[in-house]
Design a protein around this ligand. Structure first.
Ligand code: HEC
Ligand code: HEC
Ligand code: HEC
Length: 433
């Protein structure tokens, strides 16, 4: 190692240990509560509210999670001794989070993001444990049992899966990068488990990469019929056109650069990222901005000939493309004829990375089911997108989305009637669960 490298490493270690000193402030429980938000433990471990019934207890489990193998129910992780994790030692807790093995040798399904949590450092793990033991109300309530069909009910087999796929290495800071970059990388890869949704999975449900050293890392993934887009620097369908400030604002309020969070990201913003402090949000955003462009998807060119043509054609009503008329009558009221939307109300569809995604799943699901923007402490009043499942046929939805993906300078692959039909079936099956 050269002297310069060693000096850099040394400065870096001091900076990191200063950060750790900060983590060990007397109020370990408060710190743990913050980290539990960063990891969104509540998002998965709290049942969904049922209208007319009492609010579900935080962390008492019982949220059904769709997986390709069947429904997995989240556990009660309150400190109740019988139904929760009250009897866990610190070692039990750290092993469940990092290795996916609960006391008694019970292997957890990777619906619990332990492959990411394996990167949580010891200081943060201790703060999380302190919070779950001393800051969370115990709730004496059993979470439903997960019963997957054979062979997926054989939990022991997960040991083989872990051996083949789950990373066990702790987070390794990159001494060539500064403290902010390393903080962002740590939050994204460990607590934030962003890759659980944003990284594509292999046939065995394994994430294809857990750090930026893999080309597939954060290049877009589909879970529970929501497609989480590419977060690398590709220009159309990725974060190439967004600034670090836009990304930080998006994570804080669900709004940034004219975009509005939707789908499964709404919960992430509501339960988790809106509570991160500005320093951590900045760190995440600047880490994401350093990810080299990887993966594919549609493109956007605001100055293309097609861009000006489609706006003009829409106004005069002589656009021959199927879908243009539907757009004008069903969508333009909110998203506007020029696809520009209305800031803090309706997302722009022109140059919107999610609209240009390689996979149109989220767009189809959105038009079928509608959605609601996130409700956050600092963001605007949430607006709704209506559901079109009963108003438009599969062919009409395919046409209007194909138009949206090719108008105003957008250029992404068409959506087919078959895409819409299979999403309609999948979503209907999901609500019958
Ligand atoms: C993406 C969803 C998700 C997130 C986020 C998540 N969990 Fe889990 N967790 C699950 C699911 C699902 C299970 C049950 C898995 C099973 O039955 O195999 C589980 C199981 C557990 C268990 C094992 C309990 C037992 O004995 O059965 C513990 C402990 C746990 N989670 C703690 C946490 C903590 C602490 C956090 C936040 C740092 C967290 N989880 C975040 C989904 C999640
Ligand atoms: C539960 C799944 C899930 C998790 C976990 C998740 N995301 Fe997302 N994310 C999505 C989905 C689905 C979208 C597409 C909807 C949208 O744009 O809001 C999205 C969109 C985004 C976007 C906007 C991208 C675009 O092209 O418009 C950003 C930025 C983002 N996520 C960052 C993150 C970060 C950072 C994390 C980790 C702290 C994270 N996400 C964790 C599902 C998830
Ligand atoms: C009443 C206003 C309204 C109408 C009409 C409407 N939308 Fe939306 N749309 C919204 C709102 C609000 C959101 C953000 C919802 C959310 O965050 O969950 C949204 C989100 C979207 C998104 C996700 C993009 C993003 O970044 O959030 C797509 C795609 C979309 N709409 C397409 C359409 C199409 C196609 C039509 C016509 C068939 C349409 N919308 C009609 C209000 C509307």
């Amino acid at each position: 190692m050269t002297l310069r490298r060693r000096a850099l490493l040394c400065i870096f270690t001091i900076a990191l240990s200063m950060q750790h000193a900060h983590a060990q402030t007397p109020d370990l429980v408060t710190r743990g509560a913050y980290l539990a938000r960063a990891a969104d433990c509540a998002g998965c471990h709290t049942a969904a509210p049922v209208p007319g019934q009492a609010q579900p207890h935080p962390f008492a489990g019982g949220l059904p999670m769709g997986s390709p193998f069947g429904t997995i129910w989240s556990s009660n992780i309150t400190p109740d001794a019988q139904h929760g994790i009250g009897r866990y030692s610190y070692e039990d807790f750290a092993r469940a989070l990092r290795e996916g093995v609960a006391p008694g040798g019970k292997h957890l399904y990777p619906a619990m993001p332990y492959p990411s949590f394996s990167k949580i450092d010891d200081n943060d793990m201790r703060a999380l444990y302190a919070y779950f033991m001393h800051g969370v109300e115990p709730v004496a309530q059993a979470a439903p049992d997960t019963r997957l069909p054979f062979p997926f009910d054989q939990r022991w087999a997960l040991a083989l899966w872990n051996f083949a796929f789950a990373p066990t290495k702790p987070f390794a800071p990159d001494p060539k990068r500064d403290v902010q970059w390393n903080r962002g990388a740590y939050l994204v890869q460990s607590l934030g488990h962003c890759g659980a949704c944003h990284t594509p999975r292999g046939p065995a449900y394994d994430e294809l990469g857990y750090t930026e050293s893999s080309r597939a890392y954060l290049t877009g993934g589909t879970n529970d019929h929501w497609h989480a887009p590419n977060l690398t620097g590709i220009s159309g369908a990725g974060l190439g056109s967004l600034s670090a400030d836009d990304i930080a604002a998006f994570l804080k309020t669900g709004h940034g650069a004219g975009l509005v969070t939707f789908g499964s990201m709404v919960q992430v913003v509501e339960d988790s990222t809106q509570y991160l402090d500005d320093r951590d949000l900045r760190a995440i955003a600047s880490y994401l901005k350093t990810l080299p462009a990887s993966g594919s998807g549609g493109t956007y060119d605001a100055h293309s000939r097609m861009a000006s043509q489609s706006v003009a054609a829409l106004r005069t009503g002589d656009d021959e493309r199927p879908g243009a008329g539907l757009y004008q009558s069903a969508c333009a009221r909110c998203h506007k004829s020029n696809g520009g939307g209305e800031p803090f109300k309706y997302p722009r569809l022109a140059g919107n990375p999610a609209v240009l995604s390689e996979k149109p799943d989220s767009l189809v699901r959105m038009v079928l089911q509608g959605g609601r923007a996130p409700s956050t402490e600092r963001g605007p009043e949430p607006k709704k997108m209506p559901a079109f499942a009963d108003k438009l046929t599969d062919t009409e939805i395919a046409r209007v989305l194909t138009f949206v993906r090719s108008a105003w300078g957008n250029d992404a692959a068409p959506v087919t009637t078959r895409d819409v039909r299979s999403m309609r079936d999948a979503v209907a099956a999901g609500t019958r669960q």
